[in-house]
Design a protein around this ligand. Structure first.
Ligand code: ATP
Ligand code: MG
Length: 151
């Protein structure tokens, strides 16, 4: 089914607004509302939820999280950028594996299972897209999703 991604992203951000507010994290959205992709809306919602959950969980209060949705030609990009604790370079691939959590996250005892990013990877692969992470420890993390949009 064709999905209006900005609407979906908006809905998920609304679900997280109170959590962000309580944590004193500013949640910014820059969404191109013309992006349409083919896919499974429930699964894509799960992707956005998992990535936003991570961004808010691994970012301290007072910082910000930005969600950006862009389209250039048929390439749709969804970026979730945080100013959090970051992921050590040597673990950037491992965190996409099931049950993998970096040591710092395990010490936080915030109850994560380490499944979120493996689910994101699987869903995006099924949609024919790509998912990547870029991160600098103690600076922040950007999760990027690329999908083919409808022109
Ligand atoms: P859950 O299953 O509840 O999502 P989780 O958040 O631990 O548990 P993943 O979402 O798969 O699992 O993330 C795996 C690990 O990658 C996390 O435990 C954390 O160490 C690291 N990580 C993921 N996203 C971020 C982020 N935005 N900033 C810093 N570390 C992150
Ligand atoms: Mg997670």
């Amino acid at each position: 089914e064709p999905i209006a991604l900005a609407e979906l992203v908006d809905e998920v951000i609304d679900q997280f607004n109170l959590i962000a507010y309580k944590k004193d994290i500013k949640l910014l959205r820059h969404l191109n509302d013309e992006c349409i992709v083919y896919g499974d809306a429930d699964r894509l919602e799960q992707v956005i939820r998992n990535l936003l959950d991570n961004a808010l969980t691994y970012t301290p209060g007072g910082k910000q999280v930005e969600v950006r949705l862009e389209q250039k030609g048929e390439d749709v990009t969804l970026l979730i950028r945080d100013e959090g604790i970051g992921i050590p370079t040597k673990e950037i691939d491992a965190v996409k594996q099931r049950f993998y959590r970096v040591k710092k996250a395990r010490e936080r005892k915030d109850g994560g299972t380490g499944l979120g990013l493996s689910i994101v990877s699987q869903i995006i692969a099924k949609h024919g897209g790509t998912f990547s992470l870029e991160s600098t420890e103690n600076v922040g993390t950007t999760a990027s999703i690329h999908l083919k949009g409808i022109l």
